[in-house]
Design a protein around this ligand. Sequence first.
Ligand code: B16
Ligand code: MG
Length: 217
Amino acid sequence: QKKAFIFDLDGVIVDTAKYHFLAWKKIATELGIEFTEEHNELLKGVSRVRSLDIILELGNKKVSQEDKNKWLTQKNEDYLSQLVDMDASEILPGVFKVLQFLKEKNQPIALGSASKNARPILEKTGILSYFDAVVDGNDVTNAKPDPEVFLIAAELLKVKPEDAIVFEDSVAGIQAANIAMMTSIGIGNETILHEAKYVFRDFNAINQSFLEDLIKN
Ligand code: B16
Ligand code: MG
């Protein structure tokens, strides 16, 4: 049975999760809302609009739509300013090795990201050509944990959801993969990502025989 591999972007392929956090932290501070790294887990994999709502909920704050738009613009400008000098050095450990291995095995590969900035990031880091399909925040109406982004990716790669394998660093993304009946693989902290079928600290912790088994079974 043909398999397909779907990669999340922020926190899985590139270390941009920290830039998202810093940009949101600034805004929370300006709003007088306490925002810790633990709170930030709630924002991972979640759309920009929903992220702001979560921060406002944490601080029990209501702001006008106009103000929301202002904060959303500020967040993205701040985030993008961190990315101007981005290059391949921002690719997380072991990612290249795994992408290369899957390519050699002729496995279809897709990106499944909530980010609207996904394509420029893949271009800047020089890895766009590894992906047979790119599905990002511009292509979906429902944010993770809704499985939409992964279901579209599987469809584009022409595999059934059960035959797709998803790499994710966020709780929302693992839930999305599980809801879609895909094989969920958490990249990061085992305690936080306990809902995933497998969890690895990073891609260097994944060995080739594990990948071979995924391809075969
Ligand atoms: P943007 P992923 C997600 O990307 C991030 O994890 C999340 O923190 C961010 O808010 C979201 O993208 C939207 O990103 O503001 O660039 O559209 O992890 O699904 O690749
Ligand atoms: Mg992520």
